[in-house]
Design a protein around this ligand. Structure first.
Ligand code: ADP
Ligand code: MG
Length: 237
């Protein structure tokens, strides 16, 4: 039997010892365009970005400024036209499907808007699965759900909870895999302001205690201000 439910206390676990030091993300001179209809839309035209170990970065910018596209590029889900991308000190290119999927399984947690839960599994099974795929078998899935305020919904299926509750379960999945980089797209976007504050508290506790670097795309200035740095896309924002 698998022992996914070892009684560890999440958050206060302390550093797991596998956090990389130095620069986690380095983007240099990134160019990216989309073609829609007959038109070419340049989303990035020479973007430079760095994320140091243990740091948090907020991506801000109006709708359509490229926040989601950048997170997709950083997780290997979207290609780019030109520029250098290094993750954990290694150069990445679009064709490295195997390396990208290894990174996403084990080292990079992505919490995107269409919360990526498996519909045929309960919330707690989703957390267990996610952590198990990342090789973290000794996790307290119930504890993570509890910490995110959805512990009493652990045995429900994703379609039996609200969008905001799915979002919180998705964050529990991300934390339980103990990633070395967390990428989150509007992690509090579907939450009321009180719940958003609670979830932000958990996010920053996690970041502080695990030393996990993170990039958060957000419209919420209160969330952005809690990050070490704010990076604005698309000129004004
Ligand atoms: P944000 O997340 O900041 O709202 P996005 O990254 O979603 O912005 O979009 C950036 C720009 O790229 C927008 O102009 C959007 O219309 C365009 N875009 C995004 N995805 C696609 C796509 N798959 N095909 C064509 N255009 C796209
Ligand atoms: Mg977006």
């Amino acid at each position: 039997t698998r022992s996914w439910n070892a009684p560890t206390i999440p958050i206060s676990n302390g550093p797991q010892g596998d956090c990389v030091t130095g620069t986690v993300v380095r983007v240099g001179n990134l160019h990216k365009h989309f073609r829609s209809g007959g038109e070419t839309v340049a989303v990035f035209d020479g973007l430079d970005l760095m994320l140091e170990s243990g740091a948090s970065l907020a991506l801000m910018g109006r709708s359509g400024s490229g926040k989601s596209t950048l997170l997709n590029v950083l997780s290997g889900l979207e290609n780019w036209d030109q520029g250098d991308l290094q993750l954990f000190g290694e150069s990445m290119s679009v064709g490295d499907a195997r390396r990208w999927s290894d990174l996403r399984r084990q080292r990079i947690a992505t919490v995107f808007q269409e919360a990526n839960l498996m519909p045929a599994m309960t919330l707690i099974e989703n957390v267990q699965l996610r952590a198990g795929l990342a090789g973290r078998s000794e996790i307290d899935a119930q504890g993570w759900l509890q910490r995110l305020g959805v512990g009493d919904l652990a045995n429900r299926y994703p379609d039996q909870v609200s969008g905001g509750q799915r979002q919180r379960a998705a964050l529990a999945m991300a934390f339980a895999m103990q990633p070395e980089l967390l990428l989150a797209d509007e992690p509090t976007g579907s939450l009321d302001s009180h719940t958003a504050d609670d979830v932000a508290d958990v996010l920053f506790e996690f970041q502080r205690e695990q030393g996990c670097p993170m990039i958060l795309a957000t419209h919420d200035p209160r969330l952005a201000e809690r990050c070490d740095r704010i990076f604005r896309l698309g000129g004004e924002a």
